[in-house]
Design a protein around this ligand. Structure first.
Ligand code: SAJ
Length: 427
């Protein structure tokens, strides 16, 4: 049985590792986090992803998955570690560097090394290859290197791992082909073979496309508010055009990808990456825009000592991840205001901020305004009739177009929506 060593057992590495372990490979999962390794060695997952526990259980029963804090010899090495940005918005390559260095002592003739992390274009050539040189193997004939960026969306990882198409960029054709052989074991989507730097570029521009598109939607939302238009309606009608696909506005762009990757291009080519840069700034400004709107609503409704309930802390719907979430920034900004702040998220089971409560009822009781920041199914399914009497002032600001305006207004709510210049009450 061929052996695979996956370095980095996070949101991408762990699902990928257990997938291979269920498809004919002996897999060693490596992570520097003792906590993650301890939990995994007891058969427990340290991240929430539908299907993950089941795949892990199956692999453990078959004996095809083990974990460790250090790599071992293998036929394929997958690097899936974080590539965050620094406070200066430049790529932080330290995890890529240390993960690459950690496998060098175990490399042998014929091995394949694949980078899955999203990185600034040229990283494999300029950062990884100089480190891999220490293995004293000839690149492209004795050691095969490629980049096959992960493309999965949290919450649907297992479906997308199998069904998404995959780009594989090799330092030469042989590297890409050898990489493909491994992934063929479970990927049903198409494979697209290219060179290594193009593969890096492909991944970064996919996410940059989304960021620029969302910035466009956020700009449309602001313009719509002033023109008496409902941006949600306008965008969805525009999207009926066969060649238009506008994304939707919101309180900001979160996650570790879309708000990060565009900076990789700004860093490399700041003179040229102008729309990309402006989009980042536009999206980063949305939390403050949301806070200002919340405060304006309180003021225009003449509410003194307002109690504001923020609903939704994660960076997107139906997940438990609050890292890089615009909601967290909004909560932070609101906590500095002269209001009584309470926050709630049905998916976040540990309190992450002082204002957080685990009880929805506690969050809304005596609130003067609800601020919905995440489009969780939980919020979509709320019945306003069960809420209205518990609040001191039934006001709601919906930043994700989650609630049905008519239904909530009929129940007695004053409904404000981000980007809705048509339906928002005056004052
Ligand atoms: N958002 C909007 N408006 C929209 C869509 C999203 O404001 O119309 C916001 C979300 O609320 C969220 C943020 O954008 O805060 C990012 O969410 P997302 O669903 O767009 O993306 P991620 O970060 O969960 O996953 C993305 C995916 N990339 C693309 O769809 C091009 C995923 O396929 C990648 O694997 C992932 O980035 C990654 O790891 O790079």
């Amino acid at each position: 049985m061929k052996k695979i060593c996956v370095v980095g057992l996070g949101y991408i590495g762990l699902p990928t590792a257990v997938m291979f372990a269920n498809h004919g490979y002996q897999v060693l999962g490596v992570d520097v986090s003792e906590r993650a390794i301890n939990l995994l060695s007891k058969g427990q997952v340290h991240i929430e992803e539908p299907g993950l526990q089941e795949y892990l259980n199956k692999a453990l029963v078959q004996g095809t998955f083990t974990v460790s804090t250090t790599p071992e010899e293998a036929d394929l090495f997958i690097v899936a570690v974080p590539s965050p940005i620094t406070a200066e918005k430049t790529a932080d390559m330290k995890y890529i560097e240390s993960a690459t260095a950690s496998i060098v002592p175990f490399l042998k003739k014929g091995d394949v090394v694949v980078l899955e992390s999203t990185v600034p274009p040229r990283t494999v050539m300029d950062v990884m290859m100089p480190i891999l040189e220490q293995a004293n193997l000839e690149f492209g004939t004795e050691l095969f290197i490629s980049h096959s960026p992960e493309r999965v969306i949290p919450g649907k990882v297992f479906d997308e791992l199998v069904n998404n198409s995959r780009v594989i960029g090799g330092i030469n054709r042989e590297s890409a082909e050898r990489t493909k052989e491994f992934y063929l074991s479970f990927v049903k989507g198409e494979f697209h073979i290219t060179d290594v730097t193009t593969a890096e570029m492909v991944k970064v521009i996919e996410n940059t496309f989304r960021d620029v598109n969302i910035a466009f939607a956020n700009e449309i939302a602001k313009i719509s508010e002033n023109l008496g238009v409902n941006a949600w309606e306008a965008i969805s009608l525009a999207n009926h055009h066969p060649r238009v696909n506008i994304h939707y506005p919101g309180p900001g762009v979160g996650g570790h990808c879309i708000a990060v990757d565009p900076w990789f291009l700004v860093e490399k080519q700041s003179e040229l990456a102008k729309i990309i840069h402006l989009s980042r700034v536009t999206n980063d400004g949305m939390p403050s825009f949301t806070v200002d709107k919340t405060l304006e609503i309180i003021k225009s409704n003449h509410i003194k000592n307002a109690r504001v309930a923020v609903l939704g802390l994660t960076f997107k719907a139906n997940i438990d991840d609050v890292r890089e979430s615009p909601s967290m920034e909004i909560v932070e900004q609101l906590s500095r205001e002269d209001i009584d702040l309470v926050s709630f998220d049905p998916h976040v089971k540990e309190n992450m901020v002082p204002s957080q409560t685990q009880s929805f009822e506690e969050a809304i009781t005596h609130a003067d305004s609800l601020v919905i920041l995440t489009d969780h199914a939980y919020f979509k399914n709320l019945n306003p009739l069960n809420i209205v009497d518990l609040m001191s002032n039934p006001i709601v600001l919906d930043t994700k177009n989650v609630i049905n305006r008519e239904k909530w207004e009929l129940a007695g709510f004053k409904v404000y929506k981000l980007g809705d210049g048509k339906g928002n009450p005056i004052g």
